[in-house]
Design a protein around this ligand. Structure first.
Ligand code: PEP
Length: 250
């Protein structure tokens, strides 16, 4: 059993509005108290400045949902790690399955984005996970281990600087959560891989679970020995639900 502080990360995806963000953060601030876990909200890039202001003085950190591997230049539509840093971003999601799918991001690109974030002192939350087809074909271990291997040896950085998120693709936004034991089994595999790569750091690296985590199932998932927090999509947009998940993380 690991004793590190859990991390509860909300992924707003492409949701939000100036008024909606203000209302959501106001409720979170009012009720969050002193959370036992670290809490971060990963917001759409256009709202970074607004949400940075809304979170000032609160226990909630600011996160982003993607980062360019490039430092600057002719990359229309992209945003660099330095730009995220300008807005006080502490965490950035990289390699989310929606980016791997819709933007054809490869393991190599995910590794390059991980390196870009690390070089600016931003903690990458690196997502790994299998499709239902891959799970049914018995390929879960092979897929997640390949995805994790791509970021384990990022030049000049220690693996202890990253957060891993296991997100079975079949559980994202579907309402179909991995059973706690099912998720734990994959988390244990990932922990063993981290241990093999860097035995002195493996126990301290946070491995989050993501995939339809909600107020009802969070406590059981978070009680698993190798589940060190959650990456939460839909439920992070509804203040009472997100607050219940935060309360479940001890
Ligand atoms: C996610 O977007 O990373 C996610 C886990 O979404 P949801 O919680 O909605 O399944």
């Amino acid at each position: 059993m690991t004793t590190k502080t859990k991390l509860i990360a909300g992924n707003w995806k492409m949701n939000g509005s100036l008024a909606g963000n203000a209302a959501l953060i106001e409720i979170l601030r009012e009720h969050i108290g002193r959370p036992a876990s670290e809490v971060v909200v990963c917001v759409p890039a256009p709202y970074l400045q607004q949400v940075q202001g809304l979170l000032a003085g609160s226990p909630i950190d600011l996160g982003a949902q993607d980062v360019s591997a490039e430092p600057q230049g002719a990359f229309t539509g992209e945003h660099s790690a330095a730009m995220l840093k300008d807005f006080g971003v502490r965490y950035v999601i990289v390699g989310h399955s929606e980016r791997r799918k819709y933007h054809r991001e490869t393991d190599e690109e995910v590794a390059a984005k991980t390196a870009a974030a690390l070089s600016h002192g931003i903690t990458p939350i690196v997502c790994v996970g299998e499709t239902l087809q891959q799970r049914d074909a018995g390929r879960t271990a092979e897929v997640v281990k390949r995805q994790l291997a791509a970021v384990i040896h990022v030049n000049g950085h220690c693996i202890s600087e990253i957060v891993v998120a296991y997100e079975p693709i079949w559980a994202i936004g579907t309402g179909q959560t991995a059973a706690p034991e099912q998720a734990q089994a994959v988390h244990a595999l990932l922990r063993a891989q981290l241990h093999h790569a860097a035995s002195e750091h493996a126990a301290g690296i946070r491995i989050l679970y993501g995939g339809s985590m909600n107020a009802t199932n969070a406590a059981d998932l978070l009680a698993q020995p190798d589940i060190d927090g959650g990456l939460i999509g839909g439920a992070s947009l509804v203040a009472p639900n997100f607050l219940q998940i935060i309360a479940a993380a001890r």
